[in-house]
Design a protein around this ligand. Sequence first.
Ligand code: HEC
Length: 120
Amino acid sequence: MRAFKKVILIMLAVSLPLFFLTLLVKGASAEETGEALFRSNCASCHPDGDNILNPKKTLRKTDREANKIVTAEDIVQKMRNPGPAPTHPQEWAGMKMFDKNKISDDDALKIANYILKTFN
Ligand code: HEC
């Protein structure tokens, strides 16, 4: 019986820290970086900050500023309200809209700051 108790104790001693470790790891992955968020939401149309649909509207500083998109808030605004929805036929399709349900304000700002610091 004493051996049995020991086994239980050892199992607890091993599994409890493991349990808390999984919680930590989960917490870390839920917090995505601006770069990761950019990759999963924007890079399909903006690989390396380009614009595969409208080459005059890349994410690089010169294009952005020519189009009056200067601050992080301006970029968030573009995600929330990217302009006219694409209608067919036309030369290129428009940018898809990202509302708060798709990308939270916090995440949107992270993406915007990533763009500002990455594509000059
Ligand atoms: C379906 C393709 C597509 C996706 C996905 C997309 N974009 Fe765009 N993006 C476009 C197009 C097309 C434009 C040009 C829109 C216009 O006419 O103003 C654009 C323009 C922009 C501009 C303005 C650039 C400039 O020089 O005027 C910013 C900033 C931008 N996108 C950010 C983002 C961010 C951030 C994401 C991800 C959250 C994203 N885009 C996802 C297609 C896309």
